[in-house]
Design a protein around this ligand. Structure first.
Ligand SMILES: C[S@@+](CC[C@H](N)C(=O)[O-])C[C@H]1O[C@@H](n2cnc3c(N)ncnc32)[C@H](O)[C@@H]1O
Length: 304
């Protein structure tokens, strides 16, 4: 955990701070606190009249974020903004955040380095861990249940749809034949043995694609994103900003389409004609930023 904490660097930090249009006294929501790198940046810019509301459905992440942000608040003393935390999925945001009350909303989708680096969480194909993959460890099916109980056909569809893996049927057949699948390393070996080795790729791409597919399915990630994008315009004040960071094409397509549709309806003014990506220097410093795509939009005064 300490290692993950030390290694974690928030992606596109300065760009996020700029696009959120942070101003003292404002109300901002970080929908994906993670290790609170972005949230700390927001907190430091809000002043005593400001308010930060944070969500994370991973109880471990929420605890860490809370600890980090409370330390910053102590340091800021009388200048510290108010903070409020919710250990829930951000699809529930409208239950906790008032209509038209927010100046800026940030969502940095996907898994955190804390989740990836802890083998027991089961997100990494590079370490041997439990087949779990749940962000919210309190509920929902584990990867163990999915790989060992789902029908071959459903598994194949899932790997095709959420992993964009063309050989999904072959992979699903091998998984079913390999049952019981007992760990992440076991799953990775089964997938690798199902498809021909790639001469120059350090990792057979079917492995990360299968892990991605399971993760998206288990955490209902795409439904979560759709729900947030639908709720966001109603929560923001006129001129309030929405900033999202996506890490793969399935997420980014949803964000792009939703922004475009909102712009067509006069709800959003899109601030990023093309998604913003990390520069070479940031990618060298933080390889995770390589696949990040940031999109930002501003709420117009049009009522819903
Ligand atoms: C990429 S990390 C965020 C990193 C964060 N911006 C930082 O600076 O440390 C994503 C976090 O969002 C959380 N998360 C992902 N989907 C979520 C959802 N639907 N609802 C609430 N939290 C979610 C994950 O548990 C993870 O901790």
């Amino acid at each position: 955990m300490t290692q993950a904490k030390a290694r974690h660097v928030p992606v596109l930090f300065d760009v996020v701070m700029d696009f959120l249009g942070l101003r003292p006294g404002g109300t901002y929501v970080d929908c994906t606190l993670g290790l609170a790198g972005h949230a700390e940046g927001i907190l430091r810019r809000l002043g005593p009249e400001g308010r930060l509301i944070g969500f994370d459905r991973d109880p471990e992440a929420l605890d860490l974020a809370r600890g980090r942000l409370e330390t910053v608040r102590e340091e800021l003393g009388s200048q510290a903004p108010q903070v409020e935390f919710f250990g829930e999925a951000f699809s529930h945001i409208a239950e906790h955040v008032g209509k038209g009350s927010v100046d800026g909303l940030l969502a940095d989708f996907g898994v955190s380095s804390l989740q990836i680096d802890e083998a027991r969480r089961g997100f990494s194909f590079q370490a041997d861990g439990n087949l779990d993959m749940r962000m919210d460890t309190r509920s929902g099916p584990t990867a163990y249940r999915v790989v060992n109980e789902m029908s071959e056909r459903e598994l194949a569809n899932l790997i095709y749809e959420y992993g964009e893996e063309r050989r999904s049927r072959t992979v699903a057949r091998a998984i079913v034949r390999g049952r019981p699948v007992t760990s992440t390393a076991h799953l990775a070996r089964i997938v690798a043995s199902a498809v021909p080795p790639m001469k120059f790729a350090p990792v057979q791409p079917a492995i990360p694609r299968t892990f991605q597919a399971l993760r998206i399915y288990i955490n209902r990630e795409l439904d979560e994103i759709r729900a947030l994008l639908e709720a966001a315009p109603g929560l923001l004040k006129p001129s309030g900003r929405l900033v999202v960071i996506c890490f793969h094409s399935l997420e980014d397509r949803i964000a792009k389409d939703s922004f475009r549709e909102g712009a067509r309806q006069g709800i959003w003014k899109i601030l990023t004609r093309k998604p913003v990506t990390a520069g070479e220097e940031e990618i060298n410093r933080n390889p995770r930023s390589r696949s990040a795509k940031l999109r930002a939009a501003e709420r117009t005064a049009t009522s819903l």
